[in-house]
Design a protein around this ligand. Sequence first.
Ligand code: FAD
Ligand code: UDP
Length: 371
Amino acid sequence: MFDWLVVGAGFAGCVLAERLATQRGERVLIVDRRPHIGGNAYDRYNEDGLLIHEYGPHIFHTNSDMVLSYLSQFTTWRDYTHRVLAEVDGQRVPIPINRTTVNRLYGLSLGTDEEMEAWLAARAEPAERIETSEDVVVSKVGRELYEKFFRGYTRKQWGLDPSELDKSVTARVPTRTDTDDRYFADKHQVMPEHGYTRMFQAMVAHPNITVMVQADYRDIRHLIPHRRVIYSGQIDEFFDFRFGRLPYRSLRFDHVTLDTPRHQNVAVVNYPQTEDFTRVTEYKYLTGQEHAKTAITYEYPTADGDPYYPVPRPENQERYGLYEALARATPDVWFVGRLATYRYYNMDQVVGQALATFRRIDEKLPREDRA
Ligand code: FAD
Ligand code: UDP
């Protein structure tokens, strides 16, 4: 008899399994329908010995000392500051849009934050209410830069116009008046030194934790005795799509090895105007690996496939609310993670959410003596 059946071996599932096993001494079975642990953060060495991210580039960044220190029990880190270029009007320029971006695209020499602010203010279209992913960008940089950097990319990535998506989507990418060309502004920007999969292996390496991959919760739930469930799969699937499907956007990853040490001069290049793929990632920048060859990945957005992104729109949030109410009324099951709480969360946010869930569980359920 397991105390816990944990569904999903991604960040949400592995953090909770680790906490329950080590802090409460409980017996945990983790199941994942995929053939590996790590969820979407899973990485592996390809046929040429290059470390790649199976489900697209995962860059760790956080402002939380607590989340970083928790994960530091399971990995050492390498410093890595993420930078991205966007191919716009035939040039590769920094995204997030900053002063360098504007100077290069328009042949200007804006020298100060104030000059850049004035340049943007002359183009921005102030909106009374900022609701959509179009409003949030157009109100800051105006329509022309919005069209060049955001409209096409977003339509490709989501199959929706930015005007049909909640503002939180494009608000992930800031606008800068200085020349800071980092993609993220977080206090901590690091990568697990030996990769994510090694970190996950260390998290679940505990005698109270058993891992079973290629096992679907729906197939094994009645076969394996357990008292409680941590569920990190799709919440709509858990309830047999009773209120209809929650939309998730998917991707197809085209992993390629090139017989050259370097392919592009930055880790990620975005293609907002051309191509069917959204971005190209070269992993050596993220991993620091030295190798005669290089591995890259093209990301092609798709409607069908593995659920990668919840789609932030009011009607989806409303439908999620119906499922959330059911979840609250379901005893002995805790819903956690990007799919089970239908939130466009980064890795550090999922870790934070899982640690908070553990604290709630630990307050609610008395610890039993296990001599
Ligand atoms: P997941 O990693 O999705 O894990 C859920 C697991 O549950 C899956 O392995 C699935 O197989 C399993 N599962 C589902 N249903 C069942 C079932 N019925 N039975 C058994 N198993 C089941 N975050 C960052 O912080 N930085 C980044 O740079 C970044 N880049 C990203 C790039 C892409 C392309 C994507 C898609 C996401 C990115 N993220 C990034 C987000 C990050 O992947 C997530 O925040 C994190 O992996 C979510 O962890 P999770 O445990 O909630 O879900
Ligand atoms: N985005 C865009 N152009 C870009 C980069 C981002 O339009 O060059 C928009 C797009 O809608 C994207 C969102 O901003 O989905 C969030 O970007 P982020 O890089 O955070 O996406 P993720 O890495 O989560 O796929």
